[in-house]
Design a protein around this ligand. Sequence first.
Ligand SMILES: C[S@@+](CC[C@H](N)C(=O)[O-])C[C@H]1O[C@@H](n2cnc3c(N)ncnc32)[C@H](O)[C@@H]1O
Length: 211
Amino acid sequence: MSDMATLERGLAAMGIELPEAAHEKLVAYAALLAKWNKVYNLTAIRDSSQMMTLHLFDALSVLPHLGAVTRLADVGSGGGLPGIPLAIARPELAVTSIETVNKKATFQQQAKIELKLANFEPVCARVEEVRRDPSFDGIISRAFSELSDFIRLTAHLLAPGGRFYAMKGVYPHEEIARLPEGFRVVESVELTVPALDAHRHLIIIERNGNA
Ligand SMILES: C[S@@+](CC[C@H](N)C(=O)[O-])C[C@H]1O[C@@H](n2cnc3c(N)ncnc32)[C@H](O)[C@@H]1O
């Protein structure tokens, strides 16, 4: 099956409707990732159908749960995940993608140019050193760190009323028990990723006292 057919089948299974141009950009992103991976070692995933499932579908599975977020930071984004697929799927969402390793951020910049992603901004820095005004109403990460470090390293970037979105595998009971004081889980979503036989959860966290 072609990558486009695999993509369209996966999007349909997730109930996600996107314009044709977004389909093309998503397939082009997967191809770029595969091409640069040979030199830059951006991801351990090499097989193209696995790339679709473990990267594109996994990233897009959070789309229905992001609510009204307008400015999203993706922290420890590696080859641009989940930020690039989310920026492609939601052109009205401003995505800032923070990655400390230069070659990975360089790849993201290249992807921004080649895919013409006006709403995507890669930043090469350690997240704890990044300062932004205005800050973000959503901060997401996948495979970045345990929950308490994610919050500790990024809380200075979260706008009042904003939310953290942590993409996790099995439900992280112990990490949740170690959340820093002043933060609470407001929602846990069991994600369904097409063709992926593994546990996936999205843990949504707010500061205490948010409306
Ligand atoms: C396991 S990778 C996950 C990459 C991507 N989120 C994904 O799911 O494919 C974690 C990434 O976090 C980056 N990273 C680690 N500490 C960081 C920090 N303090 N600030 C920004 N990026 C960081 C690493 O360089 C690495 O690329």
